[in-house]
Design a protein around this ligand. Structure first.
Ligand code: RTP
Ligand code: MG
Length: 155
């Protein structure tokens, strides 16, 4: 629905192991901050098999699932929650199509990836997925609400 007013949303982003290995975390996080999204949570972790399988549960029957779990558990990730107007679709648009080969120039995957699997970044694909994934990766009290506009202390 293009006509409804924008709603404030939270979305889960994962800077995948290839993103960490290629030292692109800061550069990609910068894009989200520059866009106007707010960091509500951020941490680095080594993903275990159980968490990886829960996160990607929707794909467990797919042929690429074992490789995907090997990939996401293959090195540390940075995982965070971004918040802002229509944050779910804004982040998905900035990521580009799943395959870096098909993703448009100007998108994160289009600019930095030529792989279908090693595509640098995850973003929740719907508000429902975002709620499920944020609860999976973060304790409720570790996702912060604060005001960047008009709070006084930024300037
Ligand atoms: P994500 O869930 O990571 O944000 O990516 P997505 O929505 O764009 O893509 P999805 O279909 O959910 O696939 C999840 C991740 O699995 C890997 N993948 N590999 N080898 C393959 O054919 C293949 N297809 C998908 C990618 O890392 C993809 O992001
Ligand atoms: Mg997905």
């Amino acid at each position: 629905d293009q006509s409804r007013p924008p709603v404030m949303q939270r979305t889960l982003v994962i800077f995948k192991p290839d993103c960490v290995q290629r030292r692109l975390v800061g550069q990609i996080l910068q894009r989200f901050e520059a866009k106007g999204l707010r960091i509500a949570a951020l941490k680095m972790i080594q993903v275990g098999r159980e968490l990886g399988e829960q996160h990607y549960a929707e794909h467990k029957e797919r042929p690429f699932f074992p490789g995907l779990i090997g990939f996401i558990t293959g090195g540390p990730v940075v995982v965070g929650v971004l918040a802002g107007p229509e944050a779910v679709s804004v982040v998905r648009g900035m990521m580009g199509k799943t395959s870096g080969i098909e993703a448009a120039p100007g998108t994160i995957r289009g600019d930095f990836s030529v792989s279908k699997q090693n595509n640098l970044i995850h973003g929740s694909d719907s508000p429902e997925s975002a709620a499920r994934e944020i609860a999976l990766w973060f304790k409720a009290e570790d996702v912060l609400d604060y005001d960047l506009a008009g709070s006084g202390w930024v300037y």
